[in-house]
Ligand binder design. Sequence first.
Ligand code: ATP
Length: 357
Amino acid sequence: MSRIEIVGLTQQFKDHRAVDNIDLTIEDGDFVVLLGPSGCGKTTLLRMIAGLLDPTSGQILIDGQDVTHLPAKKRNLAMVFQSYALYPHLSVEKNLAFPLNVLKVSKEEKRERVLGAARALGLESLLHRKPRELSGGQRQRVAVGRALVREPSAYLMDEPLSNLDAKLRTNTRQELSELHDRLSATFVYVTHDQVEAMTMATKIVILNGGRIEQIGTPEQVYDAPASIFVAGFVGSPPMNLLEGSLSTRDGHVQATALGSTSRLWPGTCPEHKVTIGFRAEHLRLEEAETGAVRIDGVIHQIENLGGEQVAYIKVGDHTVVAKCGREVTLERGERFTAGVRAANVHLFDQATGRRME
Ligand code: ATP
């Protein structure tokens, strides 16, 4: 069991604040993904949790115990890195058993734990091989297995799949999710790959410039991004974001963007500069007349994704992205009129960058 509480955690590297006053509670059994662009502080945060880097200020508690300045080996956490760091001269079995050498574990128990980890990760038939005789994915599984045998209270992983090819990454992603379900252990996982975050996380923490932009389930982060940054970072293609303004007319809030004005919903609001967001899949042909936001442009590029197609629509100087099924006939150079229902329109305050409720 492992609950990790982070309070006001900061890491200052000379003139650069890599992690800035972060508060975060990771519940027992959570699969938390720290997600964000390169340099946002993910690894630095993970290394402080692991005990590999001393925080400048703040606190880390594991199951209520203050471990802020406790050395890594006393935290009972297992870390899996991007580089597998396997011992090249040892067999898979010996690599798996290695972390147990420093623990007081009987020979029988050692063998049992190694076989247990090998079974869990499908490595039984590879136990006698050396790392150089393994594929990248198999090596990665040995690295995870080495964490597994220690039966730590939490697993910390730093981009463990980034050296794998696309297919292996998909498989290993599923394996990690299953492993998490089976172990009911706490996972803290660093990545800049939003697909990994969306598919594995129970909770995503989106970081930007050393600060937390949003904490939420994958659905919350996708369906209700808390800021323009999150809206633009999560989702492929990213959310359409148009600069515009809000005003009131005839008892309705209306939005103006791309030179046209449309009614959003009943109510009033002060004049306001906003960013209007909507997802590519919410731009629908059948909403062309009735949508709260309406788009009238020319298709300038079409991408075929197999089951779906993505169209890039030129509206004046702007490009808006639409996603639709293959049954819709799209032609380059043709006119495209579509709309977005009010329920699928996201509004962000341009001054603060935050979502407006
Ligand atoms: P990536 O996805 O590229 O690994 P990240 O989000 O994990 O990025 P960090 O490695 O945590 O980012 O780095 C955060 C910031 O702190 C970066 O600007 C980085 O250059 C800086 N940084 C990291 N380690 C040090 C260090 N030891 N000394 C000075 N600056 C550092």
